[in-house]
Design a protein around this ligand. Structure first.
Ligand code: FAD
Length: 399
């Protein structure tokens, strides 16, 4: 049955991708009053589940299941699990099982891990099945090599060391988290590995994965019983290759999450959206983005014209610490330390001119919240106050 919302008579909305962004889109559409036909297509056979706990509570054994709380029946949607979209043509999506016509389409296919060359067995950490398989091999004394000292690599190292494995983390860059934070900031986490009994090999590119270990560039060898590759992800948009949709490190969407094709939208890890705030295209791999973008998406699918322009937010729990990052520091020209970076709690504040554009905190959640508000307000800040942990971060705004 067609439902009328402003200008739109929506008869069929199809959402491809059964992760957080896909599920939230269906929920937001229904809570916005959309009563039309709705289909959610997900390649995985499991109902939508949460990924952040996979490298944290699930890996330590605190939980076994991370299924998202949702009453799928009450959403009144056709839920097609275990079905992969393979092709997008004008007004229809072909999957491994069927063809679905749509008036509006949402692409929420997330991201998939990047693999390394070589014939050896490499594990990944993206799906719940990946995570359960990795957890199953975290046996005391087992030699685990993790390729990549990014967020996921660090979290897995934390859990694996806690379960008694002999853990080596191999990283091509000169510091952990170098891609996300820059080598200077990432280097502050180096001692955390040693304190946890984890071997950290930096500046050490892996050439290939072999049976029984890693071939390192330059001829080195690292023996391992198990290998987990955690060198990043790519947006899962390969299935769109034969369509005319514009791709730019993911599905290129404007500030209203509209793609280059009429009636086709995208959100979550697969979407590269235009940020008016940061004056660039951003593709974040953040839970918070997959949670929040669907409200904007639903409004726009139903005829609205809302902008999605968040201050991106991400967290990571590693080596007993809570790291939180808010903002985007690519355009920053100055870095200010708040507190002693050798101590247990500190923050890094990035400035572009007089404005705060990003904050990283270690075990300082209050600073994170106040920093977020300063970034949202785009107000000039006093660098002296920012640097003084005795002064509340919010007081750094200059009148
Ligand atoms: C181990 C792990 C830990 C993380 N920890 C954190 C954290 O601490 N903090 C944080 O902010 N973020 C974290 N993240 C990132 C966060 O989980 C993601 O940003 C979020 O899951 C993105 O949601 P999404 O719905 O866009 O994509 P996804 O969760 O990737 O869901 C996309 C879904 O689409 C399906 N799909 C793909 N292609 C097709 C197709 N062609 N047809 C049908 N379905 C398809 C996929 O199978 C998948 O189920 C973590 C991620 C992982 C993997």
């Amino acid at each position: 049955m067609a439902a009328r919302y402003g200008r739109l008579v929506a008869e069929e909305i199809v959402v491809v991708g059964g992760g957080l962004a896909g599920l939230r889109t269906v929920e937001e559409l229904r809570s916005a009053g959309y009563e039309g036909s709705l289909t959610l297509i997900g390649a995985e056979t499991r109902p939508p589940y949460d990924r952040p706990p996979l490298s944290k509570q699930l890996m330590t054994g605190a939980v076994d299941d991370t299924t998202l709380r949702a009453d799928l029946d009450s959403l009144g949607a056709r839920i097609r699990l275990g079905e992969r979209a393979e092709q997008l043509t004008a007004g229809s999506v072909r999957t491994t099982e069927a063809e679905y016509g749509f008036d509006r389409l949402v692409i929420a296919t997330g991201a998939r891990p990047i693999g390394l060359p070589g014939p050896g067995k490499q594990r990944f950490l993206r799906s719940i099945d990946d995570a359960l398989a990795v957890r199953g091999v975290l046996i005391p004394g087992r030699r685990l090599a993790i390729v990549g000292a990014g967020w996921i690599g660090a979290e897995l190292a934390t859990a694996a060391a806690g379960r008694g494995c002999q853990v080596s983390v191999v990283e091509a860059a000169p510091a952990p988290l170098a891609v996300a934070l820059g080598a200077g900031v990432g280097a502050l986490t180096i001692p955390w590995y040693e304190q946890a009994g984890v071997e950290l090999l930096l500046g050490c590119p892996v050439e290939s994965v072999q049976d029984g270990g890693l071939s390192l560039t330059g001829g080195g060898w690292l023996a391992a019983d198990e290998i987990v590759t955690a060198v990043g992800v790519r947006p899962d948009v390969g299935w769109l290759g034969s369509s005319d949709i514009a791709l730019d490190n993911g599905v290129a969407v404007d500030e209203q999450l509209r793609s280059s094709l009429p009636g086709v939208y995208a959100a979550g890890d697969c979407a590269a959206f235009w940020s008016g705030r940061f004056k660039r295209r951003l593709r974040t791999e953040h839970w918070d983005g997959a949670l929040r973008a669907p409200a904007v998406l639903a409004a726009n699918l139903l005829g609205g014209a809302e902008n999605y322009d968040p201050v991106p937010y991400f967290w990571s729990e590693q080596f007993g610490r809570m790291m939180q990052y808010v903002g985007h520091h690519a355009g920053a020209d100055r870095l200010i330390w708040r507190g002693d970076p050798a101590g247990p709690r500190w923050a890094a504040c990035w400035l572009a001119g007089e404005r705060l554009v990003a904050v990283l905190t270690v075990d300082l959640p209050k600073d994170l919240m106040q920093g977020r508000r300063l970034i949202e307000a785009a107000a000039p800040v006093d660098p002296g106050k920012l640097a003084d942990p005795g002064v509340q971060l919010r007081s750094a705004a200059t009148p």
